[in-house]
Design a protein around this ligand. Structure first.
Ligand code: SF4
Length: 225
C-alpha cells in the first residue's frame, strides 16, 4: 500500500469514528491545561486528573501560583512522577507567564518553550488544543502508533515523526490527528502487545501486514505441503 493511501485510510477511518477526539486531561482554561500537560510528562492522564482539582483550587491563576514555593506545590503533586522537578517547573512557569506574558498563555511554540518544564511536545499540545494550530505533539503513543501503522518510516526521533506527519496530514486535521494517535495507542495499539485482534485498522496497518498476514500465509503454505 502506498503511503498516501495509508494516510487516506487513516484519516477516513478516524474522521468517521472519532470526529470529536480530545484530550483526556481535565481543565477549564489554557493556564490549567498548561499545568496539567506539564504534570503529565511520564505520568498517566488519569493520575494527573486526580491531583489537579485540589491544585487548581489552591492556585486558580498563574499570579497565585507564581507567589507560591515549590515546597508547597510539592505537597499537592507528590503522587505524580518526578514531583520535585515538576513543582519547581510549575512555579517557574507561572512566574515567567506573569512577568513576560501578563498571565496569558502564548500561542507561539517558541514562546511556550521558554517556560520551565515546557518542551516541544508540551508546547505543541498547547498550540494545538488551545489555539487549534497545526502543531503535532509527538509523545510515546504518537511515535509508536504512527510507525506501526506505516504513517512514518525510519523516524528515529519525535521531531522526525512530527515532520513526517505534518507533511501528509491536512493542516486542519493535525490537531485532532494527535488525539487519534494517542487514544489509539493508549487503548488498542499498546506498547508491549498491540490488540490487533480487536483493532479496526488492520486493513491498512503496516505492522499487521508484516506480522500477522505473513504468518498466516506461511501457515497456509505449510498446510499445503
Ligand atoms: S493492527 Fe495492531 S499494530 Fe496495527 S494499529 Fe492496530 S493494534 Fe496497532
Amino acid at each position: 500500500m502506498l503511503k498516501k493511501d495509508r494516510y487516506k485510510a487513516f484519516i477516513d477511518y478516524f474522521s468517521e469514528h472519532q470526529p470529536n477526539a480530545e484530550t483526556e486531561l481535565h481543565y477549564t482554561n489554557p493556564y490549567e491545561l498548561l499545568v496539567a500537560v506539564i504534570l503529565s510528562a511520564q505520568c498517566t492522564d488519569k493520575r494527573v486528573n486526580m491531583v489537579t482539582p485540589a491544585l487548581f483550587e489552591r492556585y486558580p491563576a498563574p499570579e497565585v501560583l507564581a507567589e507560591s514555593t515549590s515546597d508547597e506545590v510539592f505537597g499537592f503533586i507528590r503522587s505524580i512522577s518526578y514531583p520535585n522537578n515538576k513543582a519547581k517547573h510549575l512555579v517557574g512557569m507561572a512566574k515567567l507567564l506573569v512577568e513576560k506574558f501578563k498571565g496569558i498563555v502564548p500561542s507561539s511554540v517558541n514562546e511556550l518553550q521558554e517556560m520551565p518544564g515546557v518542551g516541544r511536545k508540551t508546547a505543541n499540545v498547547i498550540a494545538s488544543v488551545v489555539y487549534n494550530m497545526p502543531a503535532m505533539a509527538v509523545d510515546t503513543h504518537v511515535f509508536r502508533v504512527s510507525a506501526r501503522i506505516g504513517l512514518t518510516s525510519n523516524a528515529k526521533t519525535p521531531l522526525a515523526t512530527e515532520k513526517q506527519l505534518v507533511k501528509y496530514i491536512p493542516k486542519e486535521l493535525i490537531h485532532i490527528a494527535h488525539h487519534w494517535l494517542i487514544l489509539h495507542g493508549r487503548y488498542i495499539c499498546l506498547a508491549r502487545s498491540p490488540k490487533c485482534e480487536s483493532c479496526a485498522l488492520t486493513f491498512f496497518c503496516k505492522y499487521f501486514e508484516q506480522n500477522h498476514l505473513k504468518k498466516s500465509k506461511k501457515s497456509s503454505a505449510a498446510e499445503i505441503f
